[in-house]
Design a binder for this molecule. Sequence first.
Ligand SMILES: [Zn+2]
Length: 92
Amino acid sequence: MSNTFINMQICNPNLCEGCLPRNIPANFNVADTGICGKCGELNEVWDLDLLDLYRSKGLSDDEIWKNYPRLRLSVNNVLSIQMVKQLFEKRL
Ligand SMILES: [Zn+2]
């Protein structure tokens, strides 16, 4: 098990609809199935920092949904921000 994986388990960035800050709209296009880092439930969750990174690159929600992983920590994936940045370098 890599250090990244362990860190991600400790700092799970995912938030479910009930745990999202009130000023953040729940946009299900950019949610994916994962464990909420706050309440621990398996649900549709958002990784807000990852979405901010995508938006900072000028991607629309539709482009994110079609082309990019929506969570760093999903049921199938563990990605670091560095890995996502490498993904961009390959595609852009
Ligand atoms: Zn939650």
